[in-house]
Ligand binder design. Sequence first.
Ligand code: NAD
Length: 252
Amino acid sequence: MRYKDKIVLITGSGSGIGKAAAIAFSNEGGTIIVSDINEKNGLETVSEIKNSGGKASFFKADVSNHNMVKKLMGYIVEKHGRLDVAINNAGVGGDFAKITDLTIESWDKTMSVNSSGVFYCVKNQIPIMLKQGGGVILNTSSIAGIRGLPNATAYSASKHAVVGITKTVAMEYAKHNIRVNAICPVFTVTPMFDPDAMDKLKTGISEKLKANIPMKRFADVMEQVNSMLWLCSNEASFITGQAISVDGGITA
Ligand SMILES: NC(=O)c1ccc[n+]([C@@H]2O[C@H](COP(=O)([O-])OP(=O)(O)OC[C@H]3O[C@@H](n4cnc5c(N)ncnc54)[C@H](O)[C@@H]3O)[C@@H](O)[C@H]2O)c1
C-alpha cells in the first residue's frame, strides 16, 4: 500500500499504460484522478476502480489546451486540497512518415499534445506541490525521447522535449522536495501500439521490430506500470531528473 492516502493524477488514463497505472496505484491505496480527452474510456477506468473498492473520479481534459489543464488542477485542489503524485502520461503516436511527407498539421498536433501538454501540466502542478511542501511528478516519454526513431520525427522530437522539461524542472525544484522523472518505454502492447494491427498493414513488421530489442519481445504494460509505482514511491526518494528506459535493452 505504497500510495495509501495519496492523491494521484494520471492523464491519459482512459486507455493503455495510463489505465493500467490508474488501477495499480489504486490497488496500492491511492485516490485516483482519472483524466483523459476520451470521456467514455475515462469513466470506464473509474468504474473499474470503484468496482474493486478503490477511490477515483474523472475529469475530462485535453492536455493540449492550457485552460482545461488549469481547470483540471483547480478541480483537484478544490476536491482534495492537494496533489501528491502527478503522472503526465497522455500522448499521441503521431503520423508515421519521413520528414518530407510529414504535414505541418501533423507536426503541430503531435507537439501540442505530447510536449505542450506536459509543459502545461507540470507548470500548473508545481505551485500546488510548492504550497504543500513537496510532491512527485512522472512524465511518460519514450525511447524515442532519447534516440531517433525513423519515420517519426514529430513523435521523437516531442518526446525529447518531455525529457528536457523533466531534467530542467527537476533541477529547479529539487530543493523544494519535488522529484521529477520520466520513463522511456519501448514498444508496449496497448491500443496505441497494436502489433496485430501493424502486421495487417505491413506483413512481418512486428517481428522485425522485436528483433531489434535485445530481449526479443515487446513490453507488457505492467512492466511500465511497475516502474512507475517504484519511481513515484519513497523507494526512489533520491532519484530526480532521470529519464529511465524501460526497454528490454534497446537503448543500451
Ligand atoms: N505503447 C507504446 O509502445 C509506447 C511506447 C513509448 C511511449 N508511449 C507513451 O505512453 C503514453 C501512453 O500511451 P499508450 O500506449 O497507453 O497509448 P493509448 O493510446 O492506449 O493511451 C493514450 C491515452 O491518452 C489520451 N489522450 C490522447 N490525446 C489526449 C489529449 N490531448 N488530452 C488528454 N488525453 C489524451 C487518449 O485518449 C488515450 O486514452 C503516451 O504518452 C505514449 O506516447 C507508449
